[in-house]
Ligand binder design. Structure first.
Ligand SMILES: Cc1cc2nc3c(=O)[nH]c(=O)nc-3n(C[C@H](O)[C@H](O)[C@H](O)COP(=O)(O)OP(=O)(O)OC[C@H]3O[C@@H](n4cnc5c(N)ncnc54)[C@H](O)[C@@H]3O)c2cc1C
Length: 144
């Protein structure tokens, strides 16, 4: 769980319970199709891999059900596939991110500008702010 120490502490202060060495296996639904539980499996740390980090290994027969009523998958970052499938003439790359001119943010669709994570993939606030400023200037020129 890569995180700054203070982030872990803040999360615990807000009531988050970390289930360390626990791997979600599948989401279980009730008869109506609503989520009711998560099947999890206990893990243990094995030998270090090439990077020196000890790899988690599943403990056979350790599966258990964790009752839940909402599941939020909060790992990773990706483009909403609807962006590419619902917007005509908006060019996206193989990861679904919007293709935009680096200097202006202009996309393949006239009058549509983009910047930030939806162009670069997961990046930083400062890069998104820079893209926003450049796009604002380009939009100004475009409208004039
Ligand atoms: C857990 C986490 C920690 C991070 N920590 C840092 C950090 O410490 N420092 C750092 O620099 N960066 C950090 N980042 C990255 C940073 O948050 C992003 O790079 C930045 O927010 C990108 O800005 P953005 O404006 O491109 O996109 P976003 O901030 O994602 O803004 C996009 C907005 O569009 C809205 N939206 C989406 N679809 C629609 C729609 N159809 N209609 C209307 N609105 C829509 C979304 O709700 C969202 O508000 C972190 C990211 C995550 C997930």
């Amino acid at each position: 769980m890569p995180a700054r120490g203070e982030e872990s502490e803040n999360a615990e202060e807000e009531g988050i319970q970390f289930k360390l060495l626990t791997n979600p296996v599948r989401i279980l639904a009730n008869e109506a199709g609503w989520v009711r539980a998560m099947e999890c499996q206990r893990m243990e740390l094995g030998e270090p891999d090439a990077s020196g980090r000890r790899r988690p290994i599943a403990v056979a027969g350790s599966e258990f059900e964790l009752p839940v009523d909402i599941v939020v998958i909060a790992v990773g970052n990706g483009a909403n596939p609807l962006v590419a499938s619902t917007t005509n003439d908006l060019e996206t790359n193989k990861w679904g991110y919007v293709v935009a001119d680096e200097k202006t943010g202009q996309t393949s669709r006239p009058g549509v500008f983009a910047g930030g994570d939806i162009v670069t993939g997961a990046a930083t606030v400062i890069l998104a702010m820079g893209a926003g400023k450049r796009a604002a200037a380009a939009i100004h020129q475009y409208l004039k």
